[in-house]
Structures are given as C-alpha cells and as structure tokens.
Design a protein around this ligand. Structure first.
Ligand code: SAH
Length: 274
C-alpha cells in the first residue's frame, strides 16, 4: 500500500477532515521523507524533536532510524492517532502549541512545519540551540531564510537567521508531495548553527533588525535615523558608523556588517561609546 493510500485510510478511519487553519498537509512522498531523514544524518539514540507530526508519516521514519522521538502536536485528534499508530515505541507525544509549550531536551529537529508558525518556531528553535535542523517550509519563506545580501529576498529573517545558523535550501518540494496539496510550493531547508555567534547583544540586535528592515531599500544613513527614531524616539545617527556603509542600502549589508552597526547604535544609545 502506498503512503498516500495509507494516509487516506487513516483519515477515513478516524473521520479526520484536514484543517487548513492548522496547516494539515500530510507528507505522502516516501522519496521526500527519505531525503529529509538522510539530510538529518540521524544515528541511533539521538533525541529528535518533531513539530506538528500530524498522523505520523514522518514520525515512523524517525523511529525506524532508532531515534528517541518527541513530538509536539497541537491537535488532540492527531495525538490520538500517533499514540495508536506507534504503541510502545520510543515516542513521547506532547499535546500543545509548539510556539508556547515547554520544549523537552533534543539534539536535532526534523519536521514538516505548519506554515503559519514558520517564523516564530524557527527563531524559538534557533535561540534554544540544536545540532542540526531539517525543516520543510513554504518555498517563499525558505528563500527568505537562505537569501544572500543584495538579493530581492534578503530580509530581516535572512539576517536574523544568519546570526545563529547557516541555512541551505536542499530542494524544492512540489505540492503533490502532500495530501491534501497546499496552495503553494514548499522547500526542504537545513539549518546548522554557526560555531561562534557575532559578539553582540542578541536581544538588541533582533530589535534593531526589526526597526531597520522596514527601510530595506533606503540608504543606511536615512534608514538608521528612522530606525533610531523607532527604537529611541530620536532621529540621530551615531557618528562612529563608517561613511562608506552609510551610503549603502540596507538590503546590501551583510549580517556581520549589520551586527557591527547595531552594536555601535546600542553603545551610543547607552552612552558607552566615545
Ligand atoms: N509532519 C506531518 C504533518 C504536517 S501538517 C506530515 O508531514 O505528514 C502540520 C501539523 O502541525 C498538523 O498536524 C497540525 O495539527 C500541527 N500544528 C499546527 N499548528 C501547530 C502548533 N502551533 N504547534 C504544534 N503543532 C501544530
């Protein structure tokens, strides 16, 4: 029986109507699941976190790889399916919202994410730390995550992600790999944490990016004044920022340059500089 047939059978047996609001699009392509597990480079005994496991189409492969799997799933009906489909296996199921519940310890993350929580769950995981994450996103979000400076997709999310990790778009995934198919294409992304994060104040850097990127097409000189106004209510620019940088546009600055500029602004605002 194919995974698609099995999925339809389980949905019928439990009377499940996949919820669009909860992003219930189940992976039915064995090839894609195998690729996702392969990229995760799992070995027996590793603790793997899966966010939004649905009826467990990916979960089964994680268990087969000999991992200790913890699932966070919001829908109680899915939780019931998971417990009945994998009885007595090394599987722990937590019923709750993955952006809010306390997360148990884990080494890696492997998941086909509900698209509506892509950004909050990604940054929650990045801040928490892990060895490697292999995640399925909407193609558009995946492109923003991996975007290089100077490109159309380079955004707050790209620069913020890069502070924590290197992101690689492994492959695109057609809509037909899911049942029911979503409206847009998806992509498989690998995240590997950087060995050393830039030496800056993490909280402030993220707030700085959020204040600066609304002006991504403006020159830094103007954008920085507007960002300072958002952050501190005053349109001034610290004198220590390189004149050369001030003439570049925000979307042309590398994450490292942004980290340095943010730090200058932070020190200046607290009177630490000079
Ligand atoms: N990984 C499975 C299912 C993907 S569908 C597969 O590939 O087949 C996404 C799943 O995430 C759904 O089961 C949905 O109920 C769950 N979900 C949605 N929002 C969630 C949240 N905030 N926290 C945890 N799970 C959530």
């Amino acid at each position: 029986m194919s995974l698609l047939q099995e999925t339809k059978l389980i949905l019928r047996r439990y009377g499940i109507k996949p919820s669009r609001k909860l992003g219930q699009h189940f992976l039915v392509s064995e090839r894609i699941i195998e690729r996702e597990v392969e990229v995760a480079e799992l070995s027996g005994g590793e603790r793997v976190l899966e966010i939004g496991a649905g009826i467990g189409n990916l979960t089964g492969y994680l268990l087969e790889a000999g991992c200790e799997v913890v699932v966070v799933e919001r829908d109680p009906l899915m939780v019931r399916v998971l417990r009945e489909r994998f009885p007595g296996e090394k599987l722990r199921v937590v019923c709750g919202d993955a952006t809010r519940v306390e997360l148990p310890p884990f080494d890696k993350v492997v998941a086909n994410l509900p698209f509506s929580i892509s950004s909050p769950i990604t940054f929650r995981l990045l801040r928490r730390g892990f060895e490697r994450a292999v995640l399925i996103y909407q193609l558009e979000f995946a492109r923003r995550l991996v975007a290089e400076p100077g490109t159309r997709e380079y955004s707050r999310v790209s620069a913020a992600c890069r502070y924590y990790a290197r992101a690689r778009l492994v492959q695109r995934i057609p809509r037909g790999a899911f049942y029911p198919p979503p409206e847009v294409e998806a992509a498989l992304v690998e995240l590997v944490p950087v060995e050393q994060r830039p030496d800056v104040d993490e909280e402030f850097f993220l707030r700085f990016l959020a204040a600066l990127f609304p002006y991504r097409r403006k020159k830094l000189r103007r954008a920085l004044a507007l960002a300072a106004s958002r952050l501190f209510g005053m349109e001034e620019v610290p004198p220590e920022v390189d004149a050369e940088l001030l003439e570049r546009r925000v979307f042309q600055l590398t994450p490292e340059e942004l980290a340095r500029i943010g730090e200058v602004l932070r020190r200046w605002s607290t009177g630490e500089s000079g």
